[in-house]
Design a protein around this ligand. Structure first.
Ligand code: ADP
Ligand code: MG
Length: 842
C-alpha cells in the first residue's frame, strides 16, 4: 500500500506540470494500454491522473486517506470513513478506473438528491477523463434510463436500481430492458442499504383485483376477540405472533371452520396477519397513514419507503385495521432482497461512516471486509457518557432544558429521536416553550427540504429535531452551508423577487435578465440556479458574476459565524433514546466533529425506553432504583453506558439472525430466480424460440410417455391440467403407436407441427411470428412464476407452524420450494405445448 501511494504521489508531481492537452494525450495512452495490460498495472498512473483532473476541474485534490480509500474500494472492500471526510471524492478513483473496462460501473446512493448531487459534482471529473456519466431517477423515462445505464458510470439510488432489475426481468421486449450485465458497484452509505433495509424484500407487484375484503374484515373481527396470552403469544423481539392451542380452536370455532389450513380456503394467514396488524405494527412508528394510504416508515432511517409494501398480506391487514382503501389488491410478480441482489455483482465495494460494528454480517453474508480509515484531521468531538433518568417524563424535561440552554447560548443542537411520533411530540414541547426549531422526519413535506434543513443545522442557535439518521450524506457545516445560502438568496432575488433590498443588487439583476432574455431562455435561468454550484461553468457570465459576488459577501459573515460557533463548542448532538443498534447511534454522533471541528454528543435515556424495557433486564432497573433516589436527577456513569451497549449488542444479534433468516429463505428462491431469469433473458435476446420450444416439447413427451407406458397414470397427478388443455386427445391419437418402442414417430409429429408453424411465417413477417411466440412463452412463464411465488409465500409464512417440533423449517421449506418449482415448470411446459400444437398462432 505504502509503495502504491508513493507511486501515485510521484506520478502526480509529474502530471501537474503538464498542459491540459498533454493530459488528454496521456489519458488516451493509458486507455490504450489496457488492451494489453490489467487495471492494476495502470492504477498508480490513473489515480494520479484522477487526482490531477479533479484539482483542475473542481478544485479538490484527493487527500492521502482518500487515495487509500480508493485502493480499498478497488479491491472490493468496505471503507469506513467518518462523515465529512470526503467519501464522494474518494470513490471517483476506483469508479473511473473500473469504468475503463467499458462494462459499466454503478454508484449507488440512498436518495435521489444525493444521486443527482454526486453525479453533477463528480461528473466534471469523469468528463475531464473522457468518461460518460449517467443519472437514473425514479422519474426517468425508459429511453433516459437506458442511456444512463449504458454510460460508463451510472449514479442511481438503491431502490431504483433493484426495481429496474426486477422490471427488466419481466420485460416483454428487448427494447424495454434498461440495464446491461453487472460489473462493479460502489455503494455509498452501505450499512444503511445492506443492513438496515435488508429485512423487507423489494417487491414488484401486479394487480390482481380479486382481493377478498370480507375475509380481511372477518379476520380482523376474530382477531379482536382473541386474548393475549390465552389465545396467542407475542414475541416483540422477533415480531412474531403464535396462536396457542386454545387460540387456534377459538378462531376456528368463531369462523365456523373445521380447520384453518384448508387448501381451498385457508385462514391461518389472515388470522395471524390481523393479529400482527393489531398488536405488532404501530401507527406513527412502523407506518404512517397519509392520504388514505398506509406507508411504511423505515425503522432505521425514519424515511418513508414509498412503493414498498409489507408482503404476505400484512399490508392489507394493516389497511383493514386502519380502515383505509386497500392499496394493494396486488400479487407479487417478482421480488428480491438486497442481499441477493447485490451479490449479483462480480465486484462490490462500499463506504460509510459506520460499518465496524456490523463487520461480521458484512463478512458472512456479503463476503466483504471492513477497513477503518483514520480521519485526516484528528477527531476532537467529546462523546459524553449517557444520562439515565428513571422516567420518560424526567428525561423529556431534561432534554428541553438542555436544548433551551444551547439555544440561548447560540450553540446549534441536533436532537435525534427514535420515531416520527417522538419527533412531533418534542416539536410540540418546543413550540410551547418558544424554541424555534426545524423538524426532519418521514413526513413528505419535510423530506423535500431534508438536505436544506441539515445544511443549516450548524447555524447559530439552530435547533433541529431529526429522526434517526435522516439526512445521511449531507454534512453539517458550523455556521451553516454558505453555498446553500447563496443559492437561497439568488432564488429569492431572481425568481421570487422577494428580497427587501432589491435595488442594492440592481446592477446584477438587470444584466442577468437582459442576458437571459436575449438568449430567449428564461427557463435556463431557473435551471442554472437550481443546479448551482455545478452549473457555474455553463451559466451565462452575468449569473456567474452575481454568484461569485454573493458568495464573497456571504463568506465574510460565514467566517465569523463559523469561528463563533467553534468557540461555543461546535454542534451538540443530543440523542433522546438509544437505538437498537450502536451503528445508528454512531451515525447520529458522527454529525458532530466533522473534519476536525469541535463538537460533543450525549444520550439522554430513561428506564422507560423501549430498548431498556425489552432488553435491559431487571438488574439494570433495580440497580438504578437503588442508586437514584430523586427522579429528576440523572445517573451518569460509564458502567451504565456499557451495560446499555451490551443490551444493544444483544439486539444487534437478534436482528442479525432475523436478516440471516430472510437471507437463507430468499437464497433458496434465489437459485430458482436465477434459472428463470436466465431462461427469460435467453428467450428475449436470442432467436431460440424454435429450439426452446422443441426442447420443452420433447422432454414433455418423454415424461408423458413414460407415465403412459408404465402405469397409465396420466389421469393421476397433473392430470387436471392435462385434462384442462385437452391434450390427452392429442396423445390418444397416437396411442396406437405406443406399444411400439418408436417414440420417434411422436417426435416426428412434433417436429412437423413445429415446422408447419414456422412455415406459416412465410405469409407473415418472420419477426412478427417470432415476437408473438416470444410474448406467448413469456406470458406463460410469468403467469406460473407468479403463482409459484404466491405458493412460496404461503409456505414461508406457515412453515414454522407445520414443521413445528419435527423438522428444521428451513429444510422443509427447501423441499417444498423444490416441489413447487417443479410443478411450475411442468405447468409451463404443458401450457406451452398446448398453445403451439393446438392453437393457431395467428
Ligand atoms: P462524506 O460522504 O465522507 O460524509 P463528502 O464526500 O460529502 O463527505 O465531503 C464532505 C466535504 O468535504 C465536502 O464539502 C467536500 O467538498 C469536502 N472535501 C472532500 N474531499 C476534499 C479534499 N480532498 N479537499 C478539500 N475538501 C474536500
Ligand atoms: Mg457521503
Amino acid at each position: 500500500m505504502k509503495k502504491l501511494i508513493y507511486d501515485i504521489k510521484v506520478e502526480f508531481n509529474n502530471l501537474n506540470k503538464k498542459s491540459d492537452e498533454e493530459l488528454q494525450v496521456k489519458i488516451e495512452k493509458l486507455k490504450n494500454q489496457l488492451k494489453k495490460e490489467t487495471l492494476e498495472k495502470i492504477l498508480p498512473e490513473w489515480f494520479a491522473m484522477v487526482q490531477e483532473i479533479s484539482t483542475r476541474k473542481i478544485g479538490l485534490k484527493h487527500f492521502e486517506t482518500q487515495l487509500l480509500a480508493g485502493l480499498k474500494l478497488h479491491e472490493g472492500q468496505i471503507v469506513e470513513m467518518k462523515t465529512g471526510e470526503g467519501k464522494t471524492l474518494a470513490s471517483t478513483l476506483p469508479v473511473s478506473l473500473n469504468a475503463l473496462l467499458m462494462k459499466g460501473v454503478h454508484v449507488v446512493t440512498v436518495n435521489d438528491y444525493l444521486a443527482e448531487r454526486d453525479q453533477k459534482w463528480m461528473g466534471k471529473i469523469y468528463q475531464g477523463l473522457g468518461l460518460t456519466v449517467g443519472l437514473v431517477k425514479s422519474t426517468s423515462t425508459i429511453t433516459e434510463k437506458k442511456k444512463s445505464y449504458f454510460s460508463d458510470i451510472t449514479y442511481v439510488t438503491n431502490s431504483e436500481l433493484v426495481f429496474d432489475y426486477l422490471r427488466d426481468s419481466s420485460a416483454y421486449n428487448l427494447n424495454e430492458v434498461v440495464q446491461r450485465p453487472f460489473n462493479y458497484c460502489v455503494i455509498d452509505e452501505i450499512d444503511s442499504i445492506l443492513i438496515d433495509e435488508a429485512r423487507t424484500p423489494l417487491i414488484l407487484s401486479t394487480s390482481k383485483g380479486d382481493i377478498n375484503l370480507n375475509k380481511l374484515y372477518l379476520a380482523k373481527a376474530v382477531a379482536k376477540l382473541l386474548k393475549k396470552e390465552i389465545h396467542f403469544q407475542l414475541d416483540e423481539k422477533r415480531k412474531e405472533i403464535n396462536l396457542t392451542e386454545e387460540g387456534y380452536k377459538e378462531a376456528k370455532e368463531k369462523l365456523g371452520k373445521k380447520t384453518l389450513y384448508d387448501a381451498d380456503d385457508p385462514w391461518i394467514l389472515e388470522i395471524l396477519n390481523a393479529l400482527k396488524a393489531e398488536y405488532l405494527f404501530k401507527k406513527n412508528k412502523d407506518y404512517i397513514v397519509l392520504n388514505n394510504k398506509v406507508l411504511i416508515v423505515d425503522e432505521f432511517t425514519g424515511r418513508i419507503m414509498e412503493d414498498r409494501r409489507w408482503s404476505l398480506g400484512i399490508h392489507e391487514a394493516i389497511e383493514t385495521k386502519e380502515n383505509v382503501e386497500l392499496g394493494g389488491g396486488t400479487k407479487t410478480k417478482s421480488s428480491i432482497t438486497y442481499q441477493n441482489f447485490f451479490t449479483l455483482y462480480p465486484k462490490l465495494a462500499g463506504m460509510t461512516g459506520t460499518a465496524k460494528t456490523a463487520e461480521k454480517e458484512f463478512q458472512d453474508i456479503y463476503n466483504l471486509e471492513v477497513v477503518v480509515l483514520p480521519t485526516s484531521k484528528p477527531m476532537i468531538r467529546k462523546d459524553l457518557s449517557d444520562l439515565v433518568y428513571q422516567t420518560e417524563l424526567a428525561k423529556w424535561k431534561a432534554v428541553l432544558k438542555k436544548s433551551k440552554e444551547c439555544f440561548q447560548k447560540g450553540q446549534p443542537v441536533l436532537i435525534g429521536t427514535a420515531s416520527v411520533e417522538k419527533s412531533e411530540f418534542l416539536s410540540e414541547l418546543f413550540k410551547i416553550s418558544n424554541i424555534p426549531h426545524q423538524v426532519l422526519n418521514a413526513k413528505p413535506e419535510n423530506v423535500r427540504r431534508e438536505s436544506e434543513i441539515i445544511a443549516q443545522a450548524g447555524e447559530r442557535s439552530a435547533v433541529t429535531i431529526a429522526t434517526n439518521m435522516a439526512g445521511r450524506g449531507t454534512d453539517i457545516i458550523l455556521g451553516g452551508n454558505p453555498i446553500f445560502k447563496v443559492k437561497q438568496k439568488l432564488s429569492e432575488i431572481l425568481l421570487e423577487k422577494k428580497e427587501k433590498n432589491l435595488q442594492e443588487y440592481e446592477s446584477f439583476t438587470n444584466k442577468i435578465s437582459q442576458e437571459y432574455e436575449e438568449t430567449g431562455n428564461l427557463e435556463k435561468l431557473e435551471f442554472d440556479i437550481s443546479n448551482l454550484p455545478y452549473s457555474l461553468e455553463t451559466s451565462l457570465p452575468s449569473l456567474k458574476d452575481f454568484y461569485n459576488s454573493l458568495y464573497k459577501e456571504i463568506s465574510i459573515t460565514w467566517e465569523s459565524e463559523n469561528s463563533l460557533i467553534k468557540s461555543l463548542g461546535g454542534l451538540f448532538v443530543l440523542g433522546t433514546e438509544r437505538h437498537e443498534t450502536r451503528r445508528i447511534d454512531n451515525q447520529l454522533r458522527g454529525r458532530a466533529g466533522r473534519q476536525g471541528d469541535p463538537g460533543s454528543s450525549q444520550f439522554f435515556v430513561s428506564l422507560e425506553d423501549e430498548l431498556i424495557k425489552v432488553f435491559g433486564g431487571d438488574n439494570l432497573r433495580r440497580w438504578v432504583d437503588y442508586l437514584l433516589p430523586d427522579k429528576d436527577v440523572p445517573l451518569e456513569s460509564n458502567l451504565l453506558t456499557s451495560s446499555l451497549e451490551n443490551a444493544q449488542k444483544k439486539v444487534e444479534n437478534y436482528n442479525y439472525d432475523l436478516r440471516k433468516n430472510v437471507f437463507q429463505y430468499d437464497d433458496i428462491l434465489n437459485l430458482q430466480r436465477k434459472q428463470l431469469f436466465t431462461a427469460r433473458k435467453e428467450i428475449l435476446c436470442e432467436n431460440i424460440y424454435q429450439d426452446f420450444f422443441l426442447r420443452y416439447a420433447e422432454s414433455f413427451l418423454d415424461e408423458e410417455l413414460m407415465k403412459i407406458l408404465t402405469k397409465n397414470e396420466k389421469k393421476a397427478k397433473g392430470g387436471q391440467i392435462f385434462y384442462k388443455y385437452q391434450l390427452e386427445k392429442w396423445l390418444d391419437n397416437y396411442s396406437s403407436y405406443l406399444p411400439s418402442k418408436e417414440k420417434k414417430i411422436l417426435y416426428c409429429e412434433l417436429w412437423i407441427s413445429n415446422d408447419l408453424r414456422f412455415a406459416e411465417s412465410n405469409f407473415y413477417q418472420i419477426s412478427f411470428l417470432k415476437n408473438t411466440r416470444a410474448i406467448i412463452i413469456l406470458s406463460i412463464i410469468d403467469f406460473y412464476w407468479t403463482e409459484h411465488l404466491e405458493r412460496m409465500s404461503y409456505i414461508r409464512e406457515t412453515i414454522n407452524w407445520r414443521a413445528y417440533g419435527q423438522q428444521n423449517p428451513l429444510s422443509e421449506y427447501n423441499i417444498e420450494a423444490f416441489q413447487s418449482f417443479k410443478l411450475m415448470f411442468d405447468q409451463i411446459r404443458l401450457c406451452m405445448i398446448y398453445y403451439f400444437l393446438k392453437n393457431p398462432i395467428i
